[in-house]
Design a protein around this ligand. Structure first.
Ligand code: 5RP
Length: 307
């Protein structure tokens, strides 16, 4: 059940927060604390390393890890943030930026960004990614390309050797709505017999992206996923495809928060580092203590609603 369906009377702000974090109630959060702590560790460590005082134009990605990126940027203080402009990859990150009182811009005003930090659905040994689980991959790719430095933040579950190992839903393909049936047939023909139009959960019909398009999820076997650049090129050549959720050779580094409180940093030159926890981001922390969860508990969970 969606937040909207279970919280018909929820305030707009509370609803947004719940939807952003995709966050279950506190009782469930307890069980998820290792994962939430991992996301936060990755986000904090990446911000500390890559969002420097001289960086003025910053892309903010989408998903459940990115709120911790914004949280850490806010913690850098108003003085450093007042001269910065933040560019969102979609509705969710736009709301995050606005809600944090950071200055909002768009990529048509700022086509070159200093850094973009984003989440991922899965990352392979060469830092290729599957993205688009949240249907934001068109804007995410534009902001990744616009950035001098593109960095991924994720929990340990996303750290993979071959794409498609853990993220089984398939390659997200954003398509022009009128072309979807032809593209389903095309994708099935080129090696994804189970390609399917992504359907909305609380709306009749397909999900519609922030750009007014549809998304097809196209699962491909490991023989294709081992060479994601070739697959990306093949899918992108199909007429009617707007963007493919395969991001190849784009990331400078990927930060994976681990359950033991360390962060694995994989660099695009092949180096792998194990970094210990950022001092004020304890390894195993009850996420109910984070600013997002505190907002949730006072705004919503405290009212006895279940998500
Ligand atoms: O690609 C994305 C949305 O289109 C997101 O970046 C990805 O789904 C992030 O995942 P998480 O919620 O684990 O941070």
């Amino acid at each position: 059940m969606s937040t909207l369906a279970t919280h018909p009377g929820a305030s707009r702000r509370a609803y947004r927060l719940l939807a952003w974090v995709d966050c279950p109630p506190r009782s469930v959060l307890k069980n998820l604390s290792a994962i939430e702590a991992s996301k936060r560790l990755a986000a904090y460590t990446a911000v500390d390393k890559h969002i420097l005082p001289e960086h003025k134009y910053i892309g903010i990605g989408s998903g459940s890890t990115v709120p911790y990126v914004v949280e850490r940027i806010v913690a850098q203080g108003a003085a450093v943030n007042k001269d910065r402009v933040f560019i969102p990859t979609g509705f969710q990150s736009k709301e995050l930026i606005v809600d944090a009182n950071l200055q909002l811009g768009d990529v048509d005003q700022y086509p070159t960004l200093d850094v973009t930090i984003d989440g991922a659905d899965e990352v392979d040994a060469d830092l290729n990614c599957i993205k688009g689980g949240g249907a934001c991959h068109l804007r995410e790719k534009v902001l990744a390309e616009a950035a001098i430095t593109w960095v991924i933040v994720a929990d340990f579950r996303k750290n993979s050797s071959v794409l498609g190992t853990t993220y089984k839903k398939g390659v997200p393909v954003e398509v022009a709505p009128f072309a979807y049936a032809k593209l389903l047939a095309n994708l099935r023909m080129i090696g994804s017999p189970d390609a399917a139009l992504r359907m909305a959960v609380n709306k009749a019909g397909p999900i519609v992206t922030d750009n007014g398009n549809f998304v097809i999820d196209a699962p491909f076997g490991p023989e294709y996923m081992k060479d994601p650049l070739t697959l990306l090129t093949r899918i992108k050549m199909l007429t009617g495809v707007v963007e493919v959720g395969l991001f190849c050779h784009m990331a400078k580094a990927a930060y994976f928060g681990n359950e033991d409180g360390s962060v694995t940093v994989r660099h695009n030159d092949g180096r792998v580092e194990e970094v210990q926890s950022t001092p004020d981001a304890p390894a195993v922390q009850d996420p109910s203590e984070s600013y997002l969860s505190n907002k949730l508990s006072t705004a919503e969970i405290g009212n006895g609603h279940a998500v």
